[in-house]
Write a protein that binds this ligand. Structure first.
Ligand code: ADP
Ligand code: MG
Length: 450
């Protein structure tokens, strides 16, 4: 069996829905995971934020979401007039009910004048709850045996709202149980990204979490492959929207793909590879608009071709430098500093040290300010905002000095603020001012790949 995941762009309109159904129809026993329709999650989160102060505006956003979904199903079902009335009615009812529920959440937020993490997740999950049900029903209208399954029945998580940790033991038991007892012809369609905690509250798995759901399901069912279908023909040497000359990479190792995702390649959720890799299931990234293209295969194998595999970049980072009051940096200083980061749930991207200081680079977040305040107890703290990170993944060159040299020469003047290189892991990170990020990315890409 194969797990097929279709992202927001694939769920964009009635035409892409048809395209996706044509792809699904080619598989024998697929399990389908879908994201919310394009931009819906962003709009939902905006509505949740707005609801705190401006309920009218929040409800207006909710009406637009209602309208858009109605439009998609009407356009789609127009092509299937013979089955249209019954399924249109079911879909319309579903949209009405789900949007009613959304409005109830929005009113609750407005009444308490506060948006809790739990409410935010409940609102965010509406996108997948809409898209998955509607898509499953439209699949049936088009002659496929698609059946909707509710992710909250299968994807149980802890209560870390916004970044919930899935209970893999439960998932690995529940999903095969359902799969083995289903009518063999059924094609399950499940929403990605969301789940439920032990108190019955809706949770989400973090940005791009549908990829993660697909991997969890694939691992639970020991799938032959997990296929992430999107709007580009695989994972490229760099984001093709920023560097049009970027080329798709045929093969990546799990580690390389994870590194790329962690360092900003939004084509994959960073946790996607974990369950798949543990069960040694290959993950493919493929394009719904060019399904005949090979795409990228991510697997355990490593394929050494060229000095560098790919590059990624991240905007909106911050460099925090803590200089110890003592001249020689002790382990207590370092463990104290990292303990504070742990306490504030701040993941670190790059670290460099000198005899008495440590510089830490991470994505900018509100929590950073709280951490900075506490870090002051360990020495002087300097914070530099608006930084970017360029990461080179899969560096296999034997000539490190020449690689680093060449790359620094691509940059404008002395613009690198920090450089870290790990030969064993094949990873090179360069931290520089954000305004120089894109031009530097293009220059380095040109030098290495073009
Ligand atoms: P989906 O809605 O299918 O989840 P995403 O927008 O999350 O799609 O991911 C696909 C997008 O990821 C591409 O359109 C591309 O702009 C971006 N992207 C960033 N880095 C890369 C990369 N290295 N290779 C391919 N795509 C990338
Ligand atoms: Mg995505």
């Amino acid at each position: 069996m194969h797990v097929l995941k279709f992202g927001g762009t694939s769920m964009g309109d009635a035409d892409t829905w048809q395209r996706v159904l044509d792809i699904i129809a080619r598989y024998k026993h697929p399990f389908v995971i879908v994201s919310a329709t394009a931009r819906t999650t962003r709009h939902l989160l905006a509505a949740a934020e707005k609801a705190v102060t401006d309920l009218e505006e929040a409800i207006h956003i909710s009406q637009q979401i209602h309208h858009r979904h109605h439009q998609i199903i009407t356009n789609f079902l127009d092509n299937y007039p013979e089955v249209q009335p019954a399924i249109t009615q079911e879909c319309t009812q579903w949209i009405d009910d789900t949007i009613d529920e959304l409005d109830k959440y929005l009113r609750g937020i407005h009444e308490s004048r506060e948006l809790t993490a739990s409410q935010r997740d409940a609102v965010a999950s509406v996108g997948e709850r809409l898209s998955s049900y509607l898509f499953a029903r439209c699949g049936t209208a088009a002659g496929l045996t698609t059946t909707w399954v509710d992710a909250s029945d299968f994807i149980h998580t802890n209560s870390d709202f916004g970044q919930a940790v899935p209970d893999e033991k439960y998932i690995n038991q529940k999903i095969p149980q359902w799969w083995n007892h289903r009518d063999g012809e059924e094609i399950p369609v499940m929403g990605g990204y969301y789940g439920k905690d032990t108190n019955g509250h809706l949770t989400t798995l973090g940005f791009e979490g549908s990829d993660y759901t697909a991997s969890l399901v694939g691992a639970a069912l020991a799938a032959e492959s997990i296929e992430i279908w999107t709007d580009v023909s695989g994972i490229y040497t760099c984001d093709p929207q920023v560097v049009p000359q970027a080329q798709p990479i045929a093969e990546l190792s799990f580690r390389e793909a994870t590194e790329m995702a962690y360092f900003g390649a939004k084509v994959l959720h960073p946790s996607t590879t974990k369950p798949a890799s543990a069960k040694r299931i290959p993950v493919w990234v493929k394009n719904i608009f060019e399904p005949q293209q090979r795409g990228t295969r991510i697997s355990h194998e490593t394929h050494p071709d060229g000095d560098v595999k790919a590059m990624t970049f991240k905007k909106n980072c911050v460099v925090i430098t803590v200089t110890s009051s003592q001249t020689v940096m002790g382990y207590e200083f370092l463990s104290g500093v990292f303990d504070i980061l742990r306490h504030h749930h701040l993941p670190v991207d790059v670290v460099t040290t000198t005899e008495a200081s440590v510089s830490i680079v991470m994505e900018s977040a509100k929590r950073v300010n709280d951490a900075v305040e506490r870090l002051a107890s360990y020495g002087t703290v300097e914070v530099v905002h608006q930084q970017g990170i360029i990461s080179l993944v899969g560096c296999r060159t034997n000539n490190t000095i020449s690689l680093v040299n060449e790359i620094l020469r691509c940059l404008e003047g002395p613009s690198a603020n920090l450089v870290s290189y790990n030969k064993g892991k094949g990873n090179l990170n360069i931290v520089l001012r954000e305004e120089l990020l894109i031009q530097s990315v293009k220059a380095i890409h040109k030098h290495i790949f073009e």
